[in-house]
Design a protein around this ligand. Structure first.
Ligand SMILES: C[S@@+](CC[C@H](N)C(=O)[O-])C[C@H]1O[C@@H](n2cnc3c(N)ncnc32)[C@H](O)[C@@H]1O
Length: 394
């Protein structure tokens, strides 16, 4: 297949990490929006991106861009695409859409029009009509239609790439895998030094750190992608790509990854998830209060995602937890860089340490920050004094 534009969608605040990933994989960045980055390549490139990207959600291969003022024009233009070469006549197709068109109040109507055009075309050319529905585990087509301009994509990912396939046991408020990967990338950790992850919950940050440290592509964990349902899908090329990636990834890490949580059920789930991801031998799990977490000599990053009172816990009770996080970072983590991911900046003030950076993120519609603390050895670390804008407020 020819080269085409490839749009990779992602969560808000993630494009800078996604762009960096593309650059490191040697792909050009053609444009960047609030929730996506565009590059170009062939279907094989799309497959490679599905395999390697850690922070992207969907790899969308552009089939056609056109002007369409109404649903009939949309139908005609979509029907003109040679769908019989992209979707098996005995297959199953799901059409998703993002629509901002005057007169189209429900994007499901646009999806339906698009789906009709796809299956009508295949029926006309082959005599058979593929099934269709909401499941994204086979062929997926995405329609973007805004201000009279439409683009139709083949969604080569199918299920979003955040579904790595290892989190069989999610607990309350787990972090999405793609977000956890972006958080680890934001810490700058890439395999040297230790990663300490108290409050690990279902283990997403520790598992993503292990995959990043090993340079093991997250797509190796998945058995199913949208591109596998292309009639011309070349399994030999895909297997060779996977084999190369596996061969080039590291087998061990130089530092330690330590993950703890006070909830035994969380640690149990995290262990199982890590085993499914094939990295359980690299993560030292234990059940304890975060302040009792072992912090090994040698430095590295300490990364914590405490509750922030939006979905779990109560803000008032969390005041004391955040103050104790400050004490833990100051007293036990000298020589490390400390990171706290939170959606509540008032609570963050209770940490009482000077932030070096505040990296913006979004998590389930909530604006969050990854706060970075430089935890100097000896006496350099300053706590905030009374009257300071970010004093603990005690
Ligand atoms: C927001 S969740 C972390 C979610 C995690 N990032 C994930 O992806 O699953 C916060 C976790 O902190 C744990 N926690 C709360 N208080 C704690 C404490 N005092 N010591 C250790 N863990 C604690 C909870 O059990 C919960 O698993």
């Amino acid at each position: 297949m020819n080269t085409s534009r490839i749009l990779i969608t992602c969560a808000k605040s993630i494009p800078s990490f996604l762009r960096q990933e593309l650059v490191e994989l040697n792909y050009p960045v053609l444009s960047e929006t609030m929730a996506g980055v565009e590059t170009e390549g062939t279907i094989d490139d799309a497959m490679r991106l599905d395999l390697f990207l850690r922070t992207g959600h969907r790899v969308l291969f552009t089939l056609k861009s056109f002007a369409a003022r109404d649903a009939d024009a949309l139908y005609r233009e979509v029907k003109d695409i040679p769908w019989e070469t992209f979707i098996p006549a005995d297959g199953y197709v799901c059409v998703t859409s993002a629509v901002a068109m005057p007169g189209i109040r429900d994007s499901r109507y646009a999806s339906l029009k698009c789906k009709d055009a796809v299956v009508d075309r295949i029926k006309e050319r082959t005599g058979r009509r593929p099934d269709s529905g909401p499941e994204r585990d086979r062929s997926v087509v995405h329609l973007f239609w805004s201000d009279g301009q439409a683009t139709v994509y083949l969604d080569t990912s199918g299920e979003p790439l955040s579904r790595r396939g290892y989190r069989k046991i999610p607990l309350t408020a787990p972090m999405q895998e793609t977000l956890a990967a972006a958080v680890i990338l934001a810490t700058g950790w890439s395999g040297g030094g230790n990663v300490v992850n108290p409050m690990c919950g279902s283990g997403t940050l520790a598992i993503e750190a292990a995959l990043i440290g090993l340079e093991r592509p997250p797509g190796l964990l998945r058995g199913s992608f949208g591109f596998m349902h292309l009639p011309g899908f070349n399994d030999a090329v895909w297997q060779a790509m996977r084999e190369d990636a596996r061969r080039l990834s590291k087998k061990t890490l130089s530092g330690r990854i330590i993950a703890t949580d006070v909830n035994p059920a969380a640690v149990e789930a995290a262990k199982k998830n890590a085993a499914t991801a094939g990295v359980d031998h690299l993560i030292e799990f234990s059940v304890c209060d975060f302040a009792e977490t072992t912090v090994p000599e040698g430095g590295g990053v300490v990364v914590m995602n405490p509750e922030y009172g939006e979905r779990m816990g109560e803000v008032q009770k969390l005041d004391a937890v955040y103050a104790r996080i400050g004490d833990f970072l100051k007293q036990k983590c000298a020589g490390y860089r400390g990171y706290v991911f939170t959606g509540n900046l008032d609570l963050a003030k209770k940490i009482g340490l000077r932030t070096k950076r505040r990296i913006p993120f979004w998590n389930s519609g909530i604006e969050c920050r990854l706060l970075e603390y430089e935890l100097y050895e000896g006496s350099k670390q300053k706590t905030r004094g009374r009257g300071d804008a970010e004093t603990r407020g005690e």
